[in-house]
Design a protein around this ligand. Structure first.
Ligand code: SF4
Ligand code: SF4
Ligand code: SF4
Length: 265
């Protein structure tokens, strides 16, 4: 029998056309994480209202961590408080977080939030309900959504279903699976009847800035070392020049002292 132990990669498929803005997902997240509603790891993005009364339209989309394949937040964190696991979950360890908030600046999806009102604030970010998954349960938001707008499962199944739904109803969806290529690919995928820009989704490139972040975070000790060597070199050069100048001054003084004194007449 094969000893294949690689964990499946998990993901979300969020279908904007099914979201009715009931915010049950937010309540579920708030309960699951024992935090007030304004500190949930999920929130709602929305379009403006379009059309003419009584035929008005407004679309809403639940929004949480994209669980990127090459997460910019992970590469920006200097103390490894953020990590990406084999199953695709980008998790956060508050015990080692130093509150520098580099992850907030690095995330192209503007996901990590900060407990501004706490005395010892921490970063808040969706962890795909890791604790529930280890008990064989779905993430709370996916389990609670009454319309099935948030679906959770194996990533391969989510991406296949996203494309299948678009192919089956080309009149209903825009021809793009948001998250499939954004920021180098993510485990949270969206399909939508309206352009993602209309929902206020960031227009992320297809490559992750994680590489350049790593150059800074992992290269910082090297750069610091180079600067130290450079500064030490400059210090030694200045010290040497000063010593030379002092030597010349002393010799000039000695020569002056050795000169015969000429008396004024
Ligand atoms: S629970 Fe489902 S339908 Fe309700 S707001 Fe959240 S995603 Fe939309
Ligand atoms: S969406 Fe932002 S916080 Fe989530 S994994 Fe990607 S870079 Fe990190
Ligand atoms: S997966 Fe869990 S932590 Fe993440 S948004 Fe959903 S309920 Fe909140």
């Amino acid at each position: 029998m094969s000893e294949h132990t690689t964990k499946p990669r998990y993901g979300f498929l969020i279908d904007v056309s099914h979201c009715i803005d009931c915010r049950s997902c937010m309540v579920a997240c708030s309960v699951e994480n024992n935090v007030p509603m304004d500190s949930t790891r999920i929130w709602i993005k929305e379009t403006g209202v379009t059309g003419e009364y009584p035929n008005l339209n407004r679309f809403t989309a639940p929004y949480h961590c994209m669980h990127c394949v090459d997460p910019s937040c992970v590469s920006a964190c200097t103390v490894s408080a953020l990590t990406r696991n084999e199953d695709g979950i980008v998790s956060y360890n508050s015990d080692v977080c130093i509150g520098c908030r580099y992850c907030m600046y690095a995330c192209p999806f503007e996901v990590p939030n900060y407990e501004w009102d706490q005395q010892l604030p921490l970063v808040v970010k969706c962890d795909m309900c890791f604790a529930r998954l280890s008990e064989g349960q779905q993430p709370a938001c996916a389990a609670t959504c009454p319309t099935g707008a948030i679906k959770w499962g194996k990533y391969e199944d989510m991406v296949a279903e996203a494309h299948q739904r678009i192919t089956d109803r080309p009149d209903k969806y825009v021809q793009h699976v948001y998250g499939e290529t954004e920021n180098g690919g993510t485990s949270t995928l969206y399909i939508s009847p309206v352009p993602f820009e209309d929902l206020g989704f960031p227009i992320a490139g297809t490559t992750s800035p994680a590489f350049s972040n790593r150059l800074v975070t992992e290269g910082t000790p090297m750069v610091a070392g180079m600067m130290l060597v450079g500064l030490s070199g400059a210090y030694l050069t200045i010290k040497h020049l000063k010593e030379e100048a002092e030597k010349e001054r002393l010799e000039a003084e000695k020569e002056r002292a050795a000169q015969p004194v000429v008396e004024d007449k």
